[in-house]
Design a protein around this ligand. Sequence first.
Ligand SMILES: Nc1ncnc2c1ncn2[C@@H]1O[C@H](COP(=O)(O)OP(=O)(O)OP(=O)(O)O)[C@@H](O)[C@H]1O
Ligand SMILES: [Mg+2]
Length: 430
Amino acid sequence: MGRITLENVSKVFGANPAQAIELISQGKRKAEVAQACGAVVGLRDISFDVHEGEILILMGLSGSGKSTLLRCMNRLVEPTVGRILVDDVDVTKLGRKELLAFRQKAFGMVFQHFALLPNRTILSNVGFGLEIKNVPAKQRIDAAMRAIELVGLKGWESKYPSELSGGMQQRAGLARALAADADILLMDEAFSALDPLIRRDMQAELRELQRSLKKTIVFVSHDLDEAVALGGRIVLMKDGEVVQIGQPEDVVARPATEYVRRFVEHIDLAAVMRAAQVADRDAIVLAPTDTVAEARLRTVAGGSDGWLVADGAGRFVGRVRAERLAAARVGETVASLLDLDPGVVAAEARLDAVLPQVATSGAVAVVAEDGRLIGPITSRDVVRALAARPGNPSQTQPTGAERWTGTSPNSPSTRSATTPSTGSPSMAAG
Ligand SMILES: Nc1ncnc2c1ncn2[C@@H]1O[C@H](COP(=O)(O)OP(=O)(O)OP(=O)(O)O)[C@@H](O)[C@H]1O
Ligand SMILES: [Mg+2]
């Protein structure tokens, strides 16, 4: 369980909600609605799916509607119109009692301020949700202890919240949400109050937990680096609307609007770009059956210290060094000249993880899961990728790096940034 479907959800605060909804259906935006009838549009006609088992990050500036959207998912905030389905249950149709039961069963929540009860131990805080549900003591304590262990707080269960650091209190908050064993976790700026280093740890741990426990997590953040660290799809919001949904690398490579571009402007590109996006897909690729003469002819332009080799089906075979090819006898074939350990990276590898390998071996081969060669990455490709931010002037002008490496004029300078990625689909909404 854990799939959430939002269908045309709008939320209006304040006066004249009916008129505001009518204006929204006519296509009016937040500012126009406010001017026309004074109502505050919290959410404006939002439709998308949260996939089961994913970690989805709601991002956007303050006031863009992140918390409102998160809270609509379990109706802590009532949507004014629209439908919200959790698997097959239409949450918007539940009566009050059913809603309370469903909320407890399906959702765990973690907030920025940990909201632990000060006069209860960590164990008792973590088991609190189960206590409300009248779960028998033994079962409750077992579940609470399991959650406490999961978040690394074993040994602290009989302490009081004030005896724990902020990071530990947030772990306890997370444990409380996990103890109830709900399939969906809703987390609103859960790590924002933590010190940067502790915050990093928590992000990494949450990611691990999410993978091993297969929770569906919706996480509100306005920190893009956090979104990247959590490693899920991003939903970018503005004025109550969804502006773009996609993996960070897709959003960076193809921002849907100027707002999105500015939002991702300062992102660490190396942390979001994937090897497949950076690989030089137009590089010369040799065949193992090429003779030395043929290979020399194909690489006559030179300028590289080696070439990759792929078979007739496009599968990666190996790498030939330029000096090896130069020294080979004419009768040999490429197959007999291959390097023994060419550097290979997966298409999905993040660029920052690939950099050390590129730095030491000069080039790596990017290979798809099915063994197909995508292309090489050299330091030149890395510089090009990092310099070419979509929407920047460098996209249309040759970068300094290209001028001094003498790249041919027909190789587009931003190829790596504009090539469709092999990653997950992205979509623009709103
Ligand atoms: N209870 C409320 N009454 C009136 N307006 C509200 C209420 N809650 C939210 N809003 C308005 O709805 C819009 C979205 O608010 P929301 O709190 O969802 O933004 P947010 O993206 O979570 O911002 P932040 O990053 O500051 O937490 C804002 O214009 C806000 O003023
Ligand atoms: Mg908020």
